[in-house]
Design a protein. Structure first.
Length: 137
């Protein structure tokens, strides 16, 4: 299970989160604290500052991908979650999954509208290399 949380309400101690508003879908009893034991990982998005992925034993800092232009942030969260789902469905590790998600958000923010962006696999691999200085395997 993945939770996307408002970063302004997140402490650096992931197991002590209380009464936070989830951004993504799903039911959550807000009267009970969200703990690392309840989820495999949870993600804190920080916009142009990247994101953090908390797992049961570590915090993975995902740097922001390079956006060539900032046109419209509408739909960036959906694009980010699409990248997360791609990584999860393909068995990628959390670091690569988070980087794919971040790049999806960066590509989306360059276009007006909610989901008006497109790219080829080769273009995505090139953008990944440009943003993270490593190849996408």
């Amino acid at each position: 299970m993945i939770r996307d949380l408002y970063p302004s309400r997140v402490s650096d101690t992931p197991h002590k989160l209380h009464r936070m508003e989830p951004v993504c879908y799903g039911l959550w009893d807000r009267s009970a604290p969200l703990t690392a034991e309840q989820v495999e990982a949870y993600i804190v998005t920080l916009g142009g500052e990247g994101s953090h992925i908390y797992t049961s034993n570590e915090r993975i800092d995902i740097p922001a991908a390079v956006a060539r232009d900032v046109a419209d942030p509408t739909g960036c969260g959906d694009a980010y979650r699409g990248g997360l789902l791609y990584g999860l469905l393909n068995g990628l590790d959390w670091e690569v999954t988070g980087r794919i998600a971040g790049l999806m958000g960066a590509i989306k923010i360059e276009q007006h509208g909610t989901q008006n962006h497109s790219f080829s696999v080769a273009e995505f691999r090139q953008r990944y290399r440009e943003s993270y200085d490593t190849d996408l395997e």
